[in-house]
Design a binder for this molecule. Structure first.
Ligand code: SAM
Length: 330
């Protein structure tokens, strides 16, 4: 039975849940967790598939339609297929997607598709195998590309390919990414580096602004900016005149970035967070144990939503005390 919709204090309707199913990642990306996971204090255990199902069922009754599984690296969870299977069957959930580095995706792609996964976002910052190892600390580019191809073969598309261009590291590869994504029919998204945790220092010297990214894109031809649609999320969309290729550029520090934010996040241990960079983590998991858990959880979620800020304050140096995006499911 539907409950009244989730509307935040600024009138934004919450339709999208980003779930970090694990804080662990086996990559050591230079701008994220170069020294390994920084785990928040407190209990370590991750939420079970059945608990995710209960949580998401209640969110769906309050109007959430889309769920994205992230981390850490979600493919490290042995029960990922079960999580997808349970969440994709929930009434009202029209899409379950996955953010992954894709190195372990090839053997999983078909099973995930069968379990009800709709699509995949792949994070990849370079198409050069040696540079990939340097940026990710441990990644094997060949296996990532196999993962992308397996996801395409399993029908897990459209695949979004997310890259963070950085000066003097991979900025000269923007044209290669455009070719790679055009050839495979991937939706390319370039994301500005954000000054979070260890990335704060890199941000000073390596960050490429959205305009600098666009300048590089223009080396391959003329681009027209498209009108934004809800499904583009926070990306500004551009279309190349010569072949119609569409590419998104995400400026998290840009003006109005938060205006249409329709999401809240859940951490691996079932805390709700209204904003990646600036809200408390409000524990919800223990509420599942109550006899009238649905009523108690609904109250807990509505209460937690009151702390969702109007906008993040990254440009003022407030990164919400995160060490890395992986801590909360970037
Ligand atoms: N392991 C999964 C993956 O690779 O997609 C999910 C977690 S990872 C933290 C999610 C995304 O956050 C990746 O695309 C990564 O590039 C991005 N990310 C992490 N730190 C970032 C930063 N400081 N600025 C911009 N993007 C960042």
């Amino acid at each position: 039975m539907a409950l009244s919709p989730l509307i935040d204090p600024f009138g934004r309707s919450i339709r999208y849940l980003r779930i970090s199913v694990t804080p662990y990642c086996n990559f050591r990306c230079l701008y994220c967790q170069p020294d390994g996971p920084h785990l928040p204090e407190g209990p370590r255990e991750e939420i079970s598939p059945r608990e995710w199902e209960k949580l998401v069922t209640l969110f769906a009754r309050m109007g959430v339609e889309k769920v994205r599984l992230s981390g850490g690296e979600p493919t490290l969870r042995k029960d990922l297929v079960e999580i997808v299977s349970r969440l994709s069957k929930i009434e009202g959930i029209g899409e379950v997607s996955l953010s992954t580095h894709a190195m372990h995706l090839a053997p999983l792609a078909k099973e995930l598709a069968r379990a009800g996964l709709s699509r995949v976002n792949v994070s990849l910052d370079t198409l050069d195998a040696d540079r990939f190892r340097e940026i990710s600390g441990r990644g094997d580019l060949r296996r990532v590309i196999e993962g992308v191809d397996a996801a395409l073969a399993a029908g897990l598309d459209p695949i979004k390919l997310n890259a963070v261009p950085m000066k003097g590291i991979n900025d000269h590869e923007i044209g290669d990414f455009l070719d790679f994504s055009a050839k495979r029919g991937l939706r390319m998204r370039f994301i500005e580096l954000m000054p979070v945790g260890v990335a704060r220092e890199l941000y000073e010297t390596r960050r490429m602004s959205g305009d600098e990214i666009l300048e590089r894109m223009r080396e391959s031809g003329k681009w027209a900016e498209l009108e934004r649609h809800g499904k583009d999320g926070p990306a500004r969309m551009f279309q190349r005149e010569s072949d119609g290729l569409r590419v998104g550029v995400i400026h998290p520090l840009g003006k109005n970035f938060c205006d249409n934010c329709n999401r809240v996040r859940l951490t691996h241990r079932g805390e709700m967070r209204g904003c990646l960079f600036g809200a408390q983590n409000v524990p919800l998991r223990h509420l599942l144990e109550a006899e009238d858990w649905e009523r108690v959880l609904e109250d807990g979620v509505r209460q937690a939503l009151l702390s969702k800020p109007e906008k993040h304050r990254l440009e003022e140096g407030d990164d919400g005390e995160l060490n890395s995006l992986a801590q909360i499911g970037g």
